[in-house]
Design a protein around this ligand. Structure first.
Ligand code: ATP
Length: 198
């Protein structure tokens, strides 16, 4: 079973594309959502976060205060790396467990930092979803309360889109000029035939 990675910069349309694959019956693993879930629900992860960041990281109801955690790691590469070293192996195991129970010609794994985190190496083919920065900013602003500055700050901590395009096996252009659906369907056909050849 082929493992296809979907990545791209903030607001590029990763989730939108993955939802289309889901409608085609393809199982999708949303790594970022799953990482957040494990942070709140996996006892092993919670214990490690507690020991690394202290009791104060818990908000009301014994739930990890994600805003506080984000603030703590924001300006500290050492703390960010500590957190990543807890979350990434947990997501890795969780993904493998999920993958083992799938029955499909191929599966899709969505992750924002697939290249940055090196996890692309565990996948067979990678799609980068690309869209112009201004389009992405406008889409994200109309979706949530986030400001332009916050988007640009997040953007500055990720690799440039050009680099993600360069490293990808396939690119889906989610801009105002190219239709999304035919590109997704075309790759669906490619993955089905690649799976056939395996
Ligand atoms: P994030 O980086 O925040 O996880 P993402 O890459 O998963 O974002 P989406 O959530 O799929 O991106 O898209 C961002 C927003 O843009 C969403 O509100 C989505 O509905 C909208 N959007 C995506 N593609 C298009 C499109 N082709 N036309 C119009 N709106 C779009």
């Amino acid at each position: 079973m082929l493992k296809i990675g979907v990545t791209g910069s903030i607001g590029s349309g990763k989730t939108t594309v993955c939802k289309i694959y889901e409608t085609l019956g393809i199982p999708v693993y949303y790594a970022d959502n799953r990482g957040n879930y494990l942070l709140q629900n996996n006892e092993n992860v919670k214990a490690k976060v507690l020991s690394a960041f202290g009791e104060g990281i818990y908000g009301p109801g014994h739930i990890i205060d994600r805003a506080l955690l984000a603030e703590m790691v924001f300006n500290s590469p050492a703390k960010l790396s500590t957190l990543e070293n807890i979350i990434h192996p947990a997501v890795f195991d969780d993904f493998n467990e999920w993958f083992a129970s799938q029955k499909s010609p191929y599966i899709v794994k969505e992750a924002a930092l697939l290249f940055e985190a090196g996890t692309y190496k565990e996948l067979d083919k990678i799609i980068t979803i690309a869209a112009p920065l201004e389009t992405r900013i406008q889409r994200v602003i109309s979706r949530s309360q986030i400001t332009r500055e916050q988007i640009l700050s997040r953007e500055s901590r990720q690799w440039l889109e050009e680099k993600k395009i360069e490293m990808a096996d396939f690119v889906i252009y989610n801009n105002d000029r190219q239709l999304l659906m035919p590109q997704v369907l075309e790759l669906h056909k490619v993955f089905l035939s690649l799976n056939h050849e395996q």
